[in-house]
Each structure stands twice: as C-alpha cells, then as structure tokens.
Design a protein around this ligand. Structure first.
Ligand SMILES: *Cc1c(COP(=O)(O)O)cnc(C)c1O
Length: 229
C-alpha cells in the first residue's frame, strides 16, 4: 500500500495536470479530503501533510472528529465540509460544525439551516445538490426544481449560496460521468441572475474528468486514504 504522503502528492499532481489540460489555473480547484470512516489520527496526518479541507457525510461522525482532542491542534486551521445528505432535524448540529454544506436539496432544509444560522449569528455557506441521474437512491433537487429553490434560498438572509454539487451514477469508466459534470456546469451557467462560482463534482475515480468540465471542488476519499471497508 502507498503511504498517505505518496497518495496525497499523486492526487495533487493529477489535479494540476487535469487543470492544465483544460487550460485552467490549478489553484481554482480545491481538494476536499473525504474522511468518512477515517479516524482522527489519520486525519491529523493528512492535515500535517498540508491538506486543509475535510469532507464528512454524517453530522454525528463529523461532530466527534471536529470536537476531538487529537484534532484540537488544527482548530481554526482546517475547514470541515458536509458532503452527505442533511436531514432537517440535524441542521442545528450541522451549522456550528461546517464551513460549507454541499447538500442542500429542498426549501425546507434551506429554511432550517437559515433559521439555525441566524440564531447562531452566522452566515452559512451552502451549495445546492442537484440530482441529474435517475437512480432512486440519490439525493438532490431535480433540475426542473432548481431555479425555484435558488430563488427561495437567495431570499434567506443567513444563507450564502455559493454554487452547485452533484454525484453522478457510479461507473468504472470516468467518461460516463462527463455528461453529468457538463450538465451541472451548464445549469450553473444558465442560472441567470445568480452568482454560483463553486461546482463541487468529481470523486476518486472521476475527478480529472470533473476538473476538465469545470469543477472547483473535488471530493476525494479512497485515492487518498485507501479503499474503505
Ligand atoms: C464518499 C464520498 C466521496 C468520496 O468518494 P471516493 O470514491 O472515496 O473518493 C465524495 N462525495 C461524496 C458525496 C461521498 O459520499
């Protein structure tokens, strides 16, 4: 097995190369290290290696890590992002923990995050998760409902809408994800009147294609930490 350092360095190189192939500045692409199921010691090693943004898919699991003694030395130096589905009743725990919530997919969740953020005196950065595939299990707002949700969320004073996120259907072949990434970018470009600079798309097996299609955030777990059990 490769060491964490080797994995991180390989992923960073691949991100730069993909950006350069697409004639983009590699600094426009941020790496979110996905740490679901990964323990705090490994996360600390990754932070020591220079990674600064960590993504979790469950609020409770994130809470334990963010509050942990082991990671307290990194407090204020690293960012935490919620990349998994958020239930409305968990918004009150999510708001104090996360710098960016990638997974807003309904007006009800947006409104609850807004309410909790207002109470906490915070403006919460969020992305809207769009469901572009027809798989039943995936979360996200449908593309025909996107403009309605954007308009509603834009009126919420304690929400800061930063962009869009998507998870394409899993495939071994990264080229199969390309049309979904392209579609997300086109939806963003067509969202007249909204400034949505961030596109969160691309995971371990398809992040280079996502970068070629305009990703500004790639969410990478197994290519950094190894396969999850
Ligand atoms: C787990 C997860 C990832 C990372 O997946 P890898 O294939 O391990 O890179 C990215 N995004 C979301 C939403 C995830 O749940």
């Amino acid at each position: 097995m490769n060491s964490l350092l080797e994995n991180i360095s390989a992923v960073c190189k691949r991100i730069s190369h993909a950006a350069m192939r697409a004639k983009r500045n590699p600094e426009e692409v941020r790496l979110i290290a996905v740490t679901k199921t990964i323990g705090v010691e490994r996360i600390l090693e990754a932070a020591d290696a220079g990674l600064r943004i960590f993504g979790e898919n469950k609020v409770q699991e994130a809470q334990k890590k963010v509050m942990s003694e082991a990671l307290s030395v990194m407090s204020g130096k690293i960012e935490w992002h919620l990349i998994g589905h958020l239930q409305r009743n968990k918004a009150k725990y999510a708001v104090p923990l996360f710098d960016l919530i990638h997974s807003v997919d309904s007006a009800a969740v947006a409104a609850e995050i807004n309410r909790q953020a207002e109470k906490a005196g915070k403006v919460q950065d969020v992305l809207i998760e769009v469901k572009l595939s027809h798989e039943k299990a995936k979360h996200g707002i449908s593309k025909d409902q996107l403009m309605v949700l954007l308009r509603e969320a834009a009126g919420m004073k304690s929400l800061n809408l930063r962009g869009l996120m998507t998870v394409p259907p899993f495939s071994q072949d990264p080229e199969e994800a390309r049309p979904y990434f392209r579609e997300l970018r086109e939806l963003r470009d067509k969202a007249a009147g909204f400034v949505l600079p961030e596109l969160s798309m691309g995971m371990s097996n398809d992040f280079e294609v996502a970068i070629e299609e305009g990703a500004t955030m790639v969410r990478i777990g197994s290519a950094i930490f190894g396969e999850r059990k």
